[in-house]
Design a protein around this ligand. Structure first.
Ligand SMILES: *Cc1c(COP(=O)(O)O)cnc(C)c1O
Length: 396
């Protein structure tokens, strides 16, 4: 049996499998088992900000793997200490950190920490928001498709309309432990927060004694043109949840903690793999490379370039091009699935965000030549109106 047949035989069923196997990557390129090259505009949903197989991350992982892979966080370690210093230096005002292994775990921890800190149960989250799939984070996630099969979920969660200050005013009460928000909604359709909205969220939380938690799992580490997306908005959150790109592709999550996060006593929360030296070494190498290569600036410039080119296409199938840095959404007037498939046939891997938005999250190291190839492919693919075509075929 070949790779694809074996996976189809043994898959859990939770993933819609493609009909090609990816076996290698470099920068923003991926190769399948037949040697075909693809331009990756997904970065594994925002993991590979540094590109695939970054030499400095590869070297750090190889070196640490032969030195020390695992160590519980009760034992201090050189790589973890280095990462703690490096990571907290990027988030002025948040100088402590909890380590875990994924995005949903980071949000799960932040939800528990907000309850510990405030003694209140409630979580306020936004419509269209995505925060992960474990039960606490899932309760904050909006999409019914992810939620409904698993109800009843955790009580005392409420959702309000994103970017709507009046709705947030109403949602936050004296039972609210935290307001949990993505500074740019990813999965929900690529919607950046308006500055006045996030600034109001900070004020409302302060007035009512709730914590403001930023879910930067997708928007972090240079993606939007700043190291963290909240840094566009002149606010300091009480917690920042990160994962995806933190360790250059090695699984790792973290919650950065401000002074309002209190009562985190020994044993109240924890993680076996959290802060392991292998992930920490990878993260130190990844953060060093992000700074050396000035990837936030690259994302800002390349994102502006890409969005300008896409808007200039002026295609009748496109409703809006929006985003921040290299977190780009192309909202269509119809469903995106056939367009994503058509792009794939042109060897470009893109994501959807909801039913009608194409989401582009390329590695921040993508070249301008690759961006031009992506725009050319999109111009060709988006010139077809698949819905009308389908209707006409049905009529024939
Ligand atoms: C991907 C994502 C998560 C979940 O991360 P996992 O590592 O898959 O658990 C949470 N929040 C946001 C904003 C994400 O994009």
């Amino acid at each position: 049996m070949n790779i694809i047949e074996i996976e189809n035989k043994h898959t859990s069923g939770l993933y819609t499998k493609q009909n090609f196997a990816i076996v290698r990557g470099k920068g923003a390129s991926l190769w399948d088992s037949d040697g075909n090259e693809y331009i990756d505009c997904s970065s594994g949903h925002g993991v590979a900000n540094l590109g695939h197989a970054h030499p400095k991350v590869a070297a750090a992982v190889a070196e640490q793997a032969s030195k020390l892979v695992t160590l519980f966080e009760t034992f201090p370690n050189d790589q973890r200490a280095a990462l703690m210093e490096k990571l907290t230096a990027l988030t002025p005002g948040l100088d402590r950190v909890f380590f875990c292994n994924s995005g949903t775990e980071a949000n799960e921890a932040a939800i528990k920490f907000a309850r510990l800190s405030t003694g209140r149960p409630g979580i306020v989250a936004a419509m269209r928001g995505f925060h992960g799939r474990t039960l606490g984070s899932l309760s904050a996630t909006w999409n019914k498709k992810y939620r409904e099969p698993f109800e009843p979920l955790v009580p005392e969660y409420t959702h309000f309309a994103y970017n709507n200050i009046a709705a947030l005013e109403k949602a936050v009460t004296d039972r609210t432990a935290a307001v949990l928000l993505e500074p740019v909604q990813g999965e929900g359709g690529v919607y950046p927060a308006e500055p006045a909205f996030l600034q109001a969220a900070r004020r409302i939380c302060d007035e009512r004694g709730a914590l403001l938690v930023m879910d930067e799992v997708q928007s972090g580490f240079g993606r939007t043109g700043r190291m963290f997306a909240y840094q566009h908005y002149e606010i300091v959150p009480d917690m920042v949840c990160v994962a995806k790109s933190l360790a250059g592709g090695i699984p790792m999550g973290a919650v950065l903690l401000g002074p309002a996060v209190t009562n985190l006593g020994p044993g109240l929360h924890g993680s076996t793999f959290g802060g392991n030296p292998l992930s920490c070494a990878a993260a130190v190498a990844a953060l060093t490379a992000i700074q050396e290569e000035d990837l936030p600036r690259q994302a800002a410039e390349k994102g502006a370039y890409l969005m300008e080119k896409l808007r200039a296409l002026n295609l009748p199938t496109v409703r809006e091009v929006r985003g921040l840095g290299l977190m780009v959404g192309i909202e269509l007037k119809q469903k995106v699935a056939p367009y994503i498939k058509a792009l794939q046939e042109k060897r470009i891997i893109a994501l959807n965000a909801g039913l009608t938005t194409i989401r582009l999250l390329p590695p921040l190291v993508i070249t301008y030549q690759q961006l031009d190839a992506v725009v050319a492919a999109l111009a060709e693919v988006l010139a077809t109106d698949f819905e009308t075509e389908k209707r006409n075929q049905a009529d024939e």
